[in-house]
Design a protein around this ligand. Structure first.
Ligand code: G3P
Length: 217
């Protein structure tokens, strides 16, 4: 399973990247806004830091302008994946940009039918939004499982990029189902290390180290 980091915060990406935990980065207009940085400038910095795909999202809603924006974004670096919304115009842009040989991430996917269309249009990645389905009392993981089954039924090569991940359980469940990639905020990735029994066990070891005066250095 590949780990993408869902942020435009350079320091957070760098910390995880130094541990070999970053296979790519995803950004979106909300994350760019949160960073307070210029989209081109911050995206270039991320691409310089990370080897894997870096998703940068278009701002237009018509296919022609999305394609023009995508062609500008891919000039930032070789590892740019152009992110387009799952609309009819977004699918047109996906087809044109993937025909040009560029990586395309089709985002805002909420149904298996949308995922089929994105695969047919040549998407490199499909981004189903788990958390936002959970928000409206649906089960986001069901969508990941459905897309996995349908893509496997027909040998679609589009990678399932589980997005809108809000909890460590979303990551474990995505892994069980067989999502190709997860993208999560740095804090959620770091929270994967936590376990109450690890803390309890370490406290007991530390008490014994102190009681026995165990020293190594
Ligand atoms: O990867 C998409 C993500 O940034 C959206 O997450 O939490 O805003 O639904 P969220």
């Amino acid at each position: 399973m590949k780990f993408f980091v869902d942020t435009a915060e350079i320091d957070a990406i760098a910390e995880l990247n130094d541990l070999g935990m970053v296979d790519g980065v995803t950004t979106n207009p909300s994350l760019i806004k949160k960073s307070g940085r210029d989209i081109i400038e911050v995206t270039k910095e991320i691409c310089d830091l990370v080897d894997g795909p870096v998703s940068a999202e278009v701002t237009a809603t018509d296919a022609e302008t999305m394609i023009a924006e995508g062609r500008k974004l891919v000039q930032i670096a070789d590892n740019i994946a152009v992110k387009v919304p799952l609309t009819w115009d977004g699918l047109k842009a996906c087809k044109a940009l993937s025909d040009d040989g560029h990586m395309v991430n089709v985002t805002l996917c909420f149904s298996v039918n949308q995922a089929i269309l994105a695969a047919k249009a040549g998407a490199t990645f499909i981004s189903p939004f788990i958390g936002r389905l959970d928000d409206i009392n649906l089960d986001g993981m069901d969508l990941i499982a459905d897309i996995r089954q349908v893509y496997d039924n027909y040998g679609f090569e589009t990678e399932i990029l589980a997005a809108s991940i809000r909890s460590v359980n979303h990551i474990a469940d995505s892994a069980r189902i067989g999502a190709d990639v997860i993208t999560a905020p740095p804090a959620v990735i770091k929270a994967m290390v936590n376990h109450v029994l690890t803390d309890k066990g370490l406290d007991a070891f530390l008490a014994d180290i102190k009681a026995a005066g165990i020293k190594i250095l």
